[in-house]
Design a protein around this ligand. Structure first.
Ligand code: PLP
Length: 330
C-alpha cells in the first residue's frame, strides 16, 4: 500500500514538508490542501519560477531546506538530476505512466518523474487587436513584424521555464544561429521580459499587453475564465514541456517526500490540476484528461530533445548567449 494511504496514523513523526511549486498558484494551493487532507502531512508550499527553483536548490546543496520540487519544466529537473541535486525514487504509479513520461523518468536516472505535458504557443487579446486594427499573428515569424513593436511580453529564460522552453524550441526549429537572429528581431517588439512565464498571458488576458508568449494550457485556463484570448499554435511548429516532480537530495523528510510524489502521480493527485482549472495533459494513463486541454496530437511539434536541453552546460551556454546578445538580465 502506498505510504500516503497510511498517513499520520502510522507514526510519521517528520516535520512539515517543504515543497517548491512551479505550476500556477491556483494549482499549488489546491494540491497543498488535497495532499494535507489525504496524507495528514502539513506542507509549506511556495510558488516560484523554474529557473529560480533550480538556483535555490543549487545554492542550498550542502544544507537543503526544500524537500520536493513539484512542477516546472522538465529540462530544468533533468539539469538538477545531472548535477546530483535530486534523490532516486521509484514512484508507486510509474508503471501507469504514458510512454513519454516513462522515457522522461528513465532519462532522469530515476530522479525525476513526469506529471504532465503541454505545448508552447502564444495568445493575443482579440479586443485589443481589433482596437489597434492589427492583423492576427499566426506564426513565430509574425511576432517579429514592426506592427507588434511594444506589444509583446515573454518570460526571461533565466528565471522562466516557459521562456527557456521557447529558446530551446527555436534552436531546435531554426538552428542556433537563426534562432538567435530571430530572438534579436523579437527583442525589438518585447516590452518586458517577466520573471514568471505565466505573467505575459495573464497581462494579455487583462488587456495590458496585446500578445503573451506562454504555454497554451495557461492561456486555455484564462480563456475558460472569460478572457478575450485567441490561442495560437505557431504555424512553423512548436515545442512542449514535460512538467516534473523530484525529491531534493538531502531532504530531511524523505518518507513524506516520497508520499507526495506518489500522490502527485496517482489519478487522484493528477485530478487536482483539473480541479484547479488547469489544462495540462496528465502523465498517468489512468488520469482523466481535462475537457478543455489542447489536443497536443493535433499540434505541429518538434521532437523536443530533452537529453540535450536537459544538460546543465547547454542551459548555461544558451542563457549566457541570451544575456550577451539579446537582453542582459538585471
Ligand atoms: N505555467 C504553468 C501552468 C506551468 O505548468 C509551468 C511549469 O512548467 C509554468 C507556467 C512555468 O512557469 P515559469 O515559466 O514561471 O517557470
Amino acid at each position: 500500500m502506498a505510504f500516503w494511504l497510511c498517513g499520520a496514523s502510522h507514526g510519521m513523526s517528520e516535520a512539515r514538508l517543504n515543497v517548491l511549486c512551479g505550476v500556477d498558484e491556483a494549482w499549488c494551493m489546491t494540491m497543498e490542501k488535497a495532499f494535507e487532507t489525504r496524507a495528514g502531512i502539513d506542507i509549506s508550499m511556495v510558488r516560484k519560477s523554474t529557473g529560480d527553483i533550480l538556483d535555490q536548490i543549487r545554492t542550498e546543496k550542502s544544507h537543503p531546506t526544500v524537500d520536493v520540487w513539484w512542477g516546472g519544466t522538465g529540462d530544468a529537473h533533468l539539469q538538477a538530476a545531472s548535477e546530483d541535486l535530486l534523490d532516486r525514487y521509484q514512484p508507486d504509479h510509474e508503471h501507469d505512466m504514458l510512454p513519454w513520461a516513462q522515457n522522461f523518468f528513465a532519462m532522469s536516472g530515476s530522479r525525476s518523474a513526469a506529471i504532465y505535458a503541454g505545448a508552447l504557443g502564444f495568445a493575443y487579446n482579440s479586443d485589443l487587436l481589433a482596437a489597434l486594427k492589427l492583423p492576427a499573428p499566426t506564426c513565430w515569424q509574425d511576432l517579429t513584424k514592426e506592427a507588434y513593436r511594444g506589444h509583446i511580453q515573454s518570460g526571461n529564460p533565466n528565471s522562466s521555464g516557459t521562456a527557456f522552453t521557447m529558446l530551446a524550441t527555436l534552436v531546435q526549429l531554426l538552428g542556433e544561429e537563426e534562432a538567435f537572429r530571430y530572438m534579436a528581431a523579437l527583442n525589438r517588439n518585447i516590452v518586458e521580459y517577466t520573471r514568471s512565464g505565466a505573467a505575459p498571458v495573464k497581462a494579455a488576458a487583462r488587456g495590458e499587453i496585446l500578445i503573451g508568449i506562454s504555454f497554451m494550457h495557461d492561456a486555455v485556463t484564462l480563456k475558460e475564465a472569460g478572457a478575450p484570448l485567441v490561442i495560437v499554435a505557431p504555424c512553423e511548429g512548436t515545442g512542449y514541456e514535460i512538467g516534473a516532480v523530484s525529491i531534493v537530495k538531502g531532504s530531511r523528510n524523505a518518507r513524506a517526500a516520497q508520499a507526495f510524489v506518489d500522490f502527485a502521480l496517482s489519478p487522484e493527485g493528477q485530478a487536482t490540476g483539473a480541479a484547479a482549472g488547469q489544462n495540462q495533459v496528465p502523465s498517468n494513463a489512468k488520469a482523466a484528461l481535462p475537457p478543455a486541454a489542447p489536443d497536443i496530437t493535433m499540434i505541429k511539434m518538434v521532437d523536443y530533445d530533452f537529453a540535450t536541453f536537459g544538460l546543465s552546460d547547454e542551459r548555461s551556454r544558451l542563457l549566457t548567449r541570451f544575456d550577451a546578445e539579446i537582453s542582459p538580465t538585471q
